[in-house]
Design a binder for this molecule. Structure first.
Ligand code: CTP
Length: 492
């Protein structure tokens, strides 16, 4: 229980609760003065009130007025010099951008359904009508801004008790609230995950019943909620709720496909769904990087496609890292996630996630470490974080052995990096220079020489040094009957 809700519990015996001490922003007094003149009602509503009561840092302010939101916003904009007003006429809303926050104004609305149409008619309504249309009891709380009731909480659905009991519940029958906007099913799971709340059973049954309706929602809105789940303290809670409610197959079928255990006789493999979630949570304890978290969730998506049973070895997933890497871009495209550096980073981590483990099982050779440093580049720390989190065995001896070996890999990486500077490795001779060295036009031979040079450095045949590289190339070219141009003759 937070200090604030604790305080509220003590006050809740009283008939009304006053929260004016939390209305410290100047905009509340300004609105109060304006509506005193016009005789209107206006309230702070939604997330801002919820966050006050949870002692969370509040973000944007939402104000609902029984009347025109646009008119009230215009009046507020006039008072605040330097503020910016944006009017969304077709939605009947307006926003005033102040120096430190954004304030959204909306007229209270009600919706009524006609017998012959599923499309609601939106009309002006009372505060109560407006609260009825909101997603959850904890988001329907309002604070009165009228002078005579200034600071009083208006809580028709027991949102305060739900805040205190850590419950997400729809104000109306869940079927109604979720048909109004099916994204709210995702929002229920997102709030539960972010705040560590439970979803009330009837509300959860509503999600189960209506899961397929998520299909009418745009991917951008879905992904916005998904990313908020991924950035929560324990993201697996949200992914498990998505699975349990039946939403997951519509959003991330690749993760749904990881669930379950196949058996041949006594031999089963681990459930890769729960394994991936454990890795996701472990990574999330160590890092806030959204893309590292995505890499953790997706690192084993290649497993269902590569699963085989072999008499000798049992269950194998050969090349699942490579197959998984190939699946990442389709997922990013579908979810409308960014397709630049972020995608490349997740692909790289999924592809390389087995490397340090394989490395630590064999003898840790300099050449293998150099290759790993070269391929992972600046993301090598994140890769190690993912790999260490990937050890989820229940066998404590095995875990300790892996972690010990990882320490050896890390030590070796440090030594080699200090010596050879592979992380930001650029071949000491460029493709351009190779062309001018042997009078070549762009051709496959340039690539052959360039790759051979890269391998020679990574395998430690030569140092990462210009003169050694030129000598190496001249010798190699001789095998292909090529002579260097005059400028390079001396160096062979
Ligand atoms: N709301 C709703 N149904 C939605 C989205 C929003 O009823 N699908 C209402 C809720 O009352 C919510 C308010 O609009 O509190 C503001 O929505 P939003 O800014 O999206 O969310 P917050 O609750 O403020 O939370 P967050 O800022 O964490 O998204």
């Amino acid at each position: 229980m937070t200090e604030t809700t604790d305080n509220i519990q003590q006050q809740s015996g009283q008939q009304t609760m006053n929260l004016k001490q939390y209305l410290t922003h100047k905009v509340f007094n300004v609105v109060s003065d304006i509506i005193a003149e016009s005789g209107q009602q206006a309230y702070v509503i939604g997330g801002y009130v919820r966050d006050i009561l949870l002692a969370r840092k509040s973000k944007d302010i939402d104000i609902v007025v029984v009347g025109s939101g646009i008119e009230l916003a215009t009046a507020v904009h006039k008072v605040f010099k330097g503020s910016r007003l944006s009017v969304f006429k077709s939605f009947g809303t307006a926003m005033v951008k102040l120096r430190d926050t954004e304030v959204e104004f909306v007229g209270a609305r009600r919706e009524s359904y006609q017998h012959d149409s599923r499309k609601p008619i939106v009309e002006d309504g009372t505060l109560e009508d407006d609260q009825n249309r909101r997603d959850f009891t904890i988001n329907a709380l309002a604070i009165d801004l009228r002078k005579e009731y200034y600071g009083e909480l208006v809580d028709p659905f027991g949102g305060l008790y739900d805040l205190d009991d850590l419950i997400i519940r729809t104000p109306l029958e869940p079927g109604i609230t979720f048909s109004d906007d099916p994204l709210r099913m995702m929002r229920a799971i997102r709030f539960a995950t972010q705040l560590g709340f439970d979803i009330e059973p009837e509300t959860f049954d509503g999600i189960v019943r209506m899961a397929s309706r998520i299909e009418i929602i745009s991917m951008e809105r879905i992904t916005d909620e998904l990313n908020k789940i991924m950035l929560s303290p324990v993201p697996s809670l949200g992914i498990k709720l998505l699975e349990k409610s039946g939403l997951l197959p519509y959003i991330l079928p690749e993760i749904q496909a990881l669930k379950g255990v196949d058996r041949v006789g006594q031999r089963g493999h681990k459930d890769n769904f729960y394994h991936s979630l454990q890795v996701l949570d472990t990574v999330s304890q160590k890092s806030d990087n959204l893309w590292l978290r995505w890499a953790a969730l997706l690192h084993d998506i290649g497993k269902p496609k590569t699963k085989r049973y072999e008499e000798k070895q049992g269950w194998t997933f050969h090349n699942h890292n490579f197959v998984g890497m190939k699946m990442v871009s389709a997922i990013f495209r579908r979810l409308k996630l960014p397709l630049g550096q972020e995608l490349k980073y997740v692909e790289k981590l999924v592809e390389l996630h087995m490397r340090p483990i394989v490395l630590s099982e064999d003898e840790v050779t300099d050449s293998a470490v150099r290759r790993l440093l070269f391929e992972a580049g600046d993301d090598v720390e994140d890769l190690m974080c993912l790999c260490e989190s990937d050890i989820t065995s229940k066998n404590e001896d095995k875990v300790q052995r892996f972690l010990r070996n990882f320490k050896i890999v890390r030590r070796k990486m440090k030594e080699i990096e200090e010596k050879d500077h592979i992380r930001n490795f650029q071949p000491p001779v460029s493709g351009e220079e190779i062309m001018s060295m042997f009078n070549l036009s762009p051709s496959p031979m340039v690539g052959i020489l360039k790759n051979a040079l890269k391998d020679a450095v990574l395998d430690g045949i030569i140092h990462n040094d210009y003169d050694e590289a030129v000598a190496f190339l001249i010798n190699l070219a001789k095998e292909h009957d090529m002579q260097p141009t005059k400028k390079y003759e001396q160096q062979g």
